[in-house]
Design a protein around this ligand. Structure first.
Ligand SMILES: [Zn+2]
Length: 95
């Protein structure tokens, strides 16, 4: 069964992904446990993701395709995720 939400002209576009979203997730997995004071709750985790993802230009690719040129470096992604996590720690959206 396919997800109808992504179907256009009978073609399922679900496998076209924003590469930079995946890179944010990878950076979050690597970094979040090292951020002092990060509580690890769902809301804060989602906030770090949204804050980080919106600072990166979208880069849409087909799953499995080889990306020759990334428009931002891994260092950029890591720096953005670190800064976003710090912002969430300083000002969480909950008490
Ligand atoms: Zn939290």
């Amino acid at each position: 069964m396919q997800n109808e939400k992504y179907v256009v002209n009978g073609y399922n576009l679900e496998h076209i992904r924003n590469l930079n979203e995946e890179r944010v997730i990878q950076a979050m997995r690597a970094l979040l446990h090292k951020v002092q004071g990060f509580d690890g709750c769902q809301l804060c985790t989602e906030d770090v993701y949204a804050l980080s993802a919106k600072q990166l230009p979208p880069q849409y690719v087909q799953v499995g395709s080889i990306v020759l040129k990334k428009n931002v470096t891994d260092e950029d992604v890591y720096a953005i995720v670190k800064k976003s996590a710090q912002q969430v720690v300083d000002r969480p959206n909950h008490d």
